[in-house]
Write a protein of this length. Structure first.
Length: 155
């Protein structure tokens, strides 16, 4: 396992790999006491794509990922990748999109357990009333990600 701390406009992002794929990518709520650096091809590619994302030059990630979760979680995470850049949907709409309209709470729980946020864009899911809902890395980071995506335009 390799751990790398990437410095982003939203703060420090912790990236974990198994050497072959990204197993965790999370914005941290607090800056760690020690910033870890790891060099391998997967980390370099992830850092490059994160740089492009934060510069407004990338809408989707093309990284090898390895996620561990239940079949339901995997279904939710796959559906999250279908949410267009700069757009949001509600937890209810997400539940409906996986043909399980009564699973709003379960969808929210699966969303919160997403191990590779930003790559799998769980920040694009909001409450039905338009409020931000929750975000494992904090609502301020969620707001920053959504605001950044809305400001960026692509040719």
């Amino acid at each position: 396992m390799n751990i790398h701390h990437y410095s982003a406009p939203i703060g420090i992002i912790e990236i974990e790999t198994d050497g072959y794929s990204i197993t965790k990518l999370k914005p941290l709520r607090k800056k760690p006491a020690t910033l870890l650096k790891s060099e391998n091809q997967v980390i370099r590619k992830a850092c490059g794509q994160l740089g492009e994302y934060f510069a407004g030059e990338r809408q989707q990630f093309d990284l090898p990922i390895s996620t561990q979760g239940t079949d339901f979680q995997q279904t939710v995470w796959k559906q999250l990748t279908e949410i267009p850049y700069g757009k949001t949907i509600s937890y209810r709409q997400l539940a409906q999109s996986i043909d399980n309209p009564k699973a709003c709470r379960a969808v929210g729980n699966a969303n919160g357990k997403n191990p590779v946020s930003i790559i799998i864009p769980c920040h694009r899911v909001i409450a039905s009333d338009g409020s931000l809902g929750g975000y494992a890395s904090g609502l301020e980071i969620k707001k920053q990600l959504l605001d950044m995506e809305k400001k960026c335009t692509f040719a």
